[in-house]
Design a binder for this molecule. Structure first.
Ligand SMILES: O=C(O)CCC(=O)C(=O)O
Ligand SMILES: [Mn+2]
Length: 207
């Protein structure tokens, strides 16, 4: 039977569990094999209409240190840090990626935020993805292509657990489960001297 290929929450041979205090991450280090991941990376670099978004702080426009694209069903309007992002329609390559990710996560997603880190100077600062439109404690699936970078995590309440980090491999998927957005913060720090691009897709369910 087809569904038996996908034991929940994914292909168990390939799944590594990271148990953090009060939260779990399921990592699929090779959800997309090397050559497929490389084809997907170059397709996304070429085809996605990457945009420079900006924050407006104290009357100043500050560019976020990465390029982005918000994609999804028409209803999935999303905003954070004062930004409103209108989704563009699904790109076929991204739909192919979503299919694999949904099978691993065992749930459906109606939107995705794509981030393009052009080199080690691009980054994302400490945050949790806990905007009201994601509901309470959402499951978010994160796909990485390109340069390997560290994903750092720290508990929101200091002293309740040790900080944690994991390497985001080319073609890997992280399924960030319950507790991760409510109890933890995450970031992708800058890397000195890194001259290679990375693309990340975080699949979400906007309610
Ligand atoms: O690039 C990553 O791995 C993380 C991106 C992220 O946390 C986000 O877009 O909310
Ligand atoms: Mn995030």
């Amino acid at each position: 039977m087809q569904t038996s290929l996908f034991l929940q929450p994914g292909n168990i041979d390939q799944c590594q569990l990271h148990a953090l205090g009060g939260a779990e991450i399921h990592e699929f280090p090779q959800a997309f094999p090397e050559s497929e991941a490389s084809t997907l990376l170059s397709g996304l670099l070429r085809d996605i209409p990457w945009r420079q978004e900006a924050l407006h702080i104290a009357g100043k426009r500050i560019n976020v240190p990465r390029l982005q694209c918000w994609m999804g069903d028409r209803s999935s309007l999303y905003g954070y840090s004062g930004m409103r992002l209108l989704p563009i329609p699904w790109h076929t390559t991204v739909l192919t990626i979503r299919q694999r990710v949904q099978a691993l996560a065992g749930i459906e997603f109606n939107s995705v935020l794509l981030n393009y880190y052009r080199d080690g100077k691009d980054s994302v600062a400490w945050h949790a993805d806990n905007e009201p439109e994601l509901g309470t404690d959402p499951t978010i699936a994160s796909v990485s292509f390109g340069a390997e970078r560290y994903f750092q995590l720290k508990p929101k309440q200091r002293g309740t657990a040790n900080n944690y980090r994991l390497l985001l491999r080319h073609g890997s998927v992280l399924v960030m489960g319950k507790g991760l957005q409510s109890q933890w913060l995450h970031q992708l720090p800058k890397v000195e001297g890194l001259d290679l691009p990375r693309i990340n897709l975080t699949f979400r369910q906007i309610l």
